[in-house]
Write a protein that binds this ligand. Structure first.
Ligand SMILES: [Fe+2]
Length: 241
């Protein structure tokens, strides 16, 4: 499996707190059958203003961690990207090496849980026109989506992809997230399951359990969400739904 959304790098954002924790998390990921992870540092998130977002420093952290896990036989490839907090500046930052994945073709975008601004429709449309496909991070966690699933249909109709947190499906993020994420799976509106792992406790990798749930609803189509689509994304290929 390939996990395109997590915070495994130590002491960068609100993710892993130490190199030891990162290694523990990756051991767990490896046991679940994860072969590739994309660390998605919080980019321009209002809560994390002091992060060093230079590509070179993030790349160095990635190399260090990759070397560590190679030495102890954890056979996972680490990639770099961001979880970009939504502002209407997305077109201006799309050429930053850190803000996209798959050779600049995909951008993982999160909203504030209580605020999906009206401007997002036009901004995401323009981003898509410019060749960057928006991936909406964990829509099940946004209050407005919990009330109105049509947000998800609108995003899909405008060419965005939908990523659900595996933990939402198995109840780790509360009742509302579980209900909404399960509805999105049942309606077959999700292309990517990801762990959004932050630590080695409650918010660890749980992609396997999320996949098992998804398989119980969608059968073999569930494999698309953890193998096929994430692979196409990190390789910078095209996805047509
Ligand atoms: Fe995240």
């Amino acid at each position: 499996m390939i996990d395109i959304h997590n915070h495994i790098f130590p002491n960068i954002d609100d993710g892993s707190k130490s190199k030891e924790m990162s290694i523990e998390m990756l051991k767990n990921a490896y046991k679940q059958g994860i072969t590739d992870v994309v660390n998605t540092v919080h980019y321009q998130h209002p809560m994390f203003q002091d992060i060093d977002l230079s590509f070179d420093s993030i790349y160095k952290v990635s190399q260090d961690l990759q070397n560590e896990i190679n030495q102890i036989g954890i056979n996972i490839k680490i990639h770099i990207a961001s979880e970009v907090f939504y502002y209407d500046n997305l077109l201006k930052i799309k050429n930053n090496k850190l803000t996209t994945m798959g050779n600049g073709k995909y951008m993982l975008i999160e909203f504030h849980p209580n605020n999906i601004p009206v401007s997002q429709k036009e901004v995401l449309y323009n981003l898509k026109i410019e060749g960057v496909t928006p991936i909406i991070a964990h829509p099940e966690r946004y209050r407005q989506v919990q009330k109105d699933i049509n947000y998800v249909y609108d995003w899909l109709n405008s060419g965005c992809l939908i990523q659900i947190d595996a933990g939402s499906l198995i109840g780790l993020l509360g009742e509302n997230c579980m209900k909404t994420s399960r509805l999105i799976i049942q309606e077959n509106l999700c292309q990517i399951l990801a762990s959004d792992a932050h630590n080695n406790a409650k918010r660890n990798f749980c992609l396997k359990d999320g996949h098992i749930y998804t398989k119980s609803i969608l059968g073999d189509k569930a494999d698309l969400l953890v193998y096929h689509y994430p692979k196409v994304i990190i390789e910078g290929g095209n996805i047509s739904l």
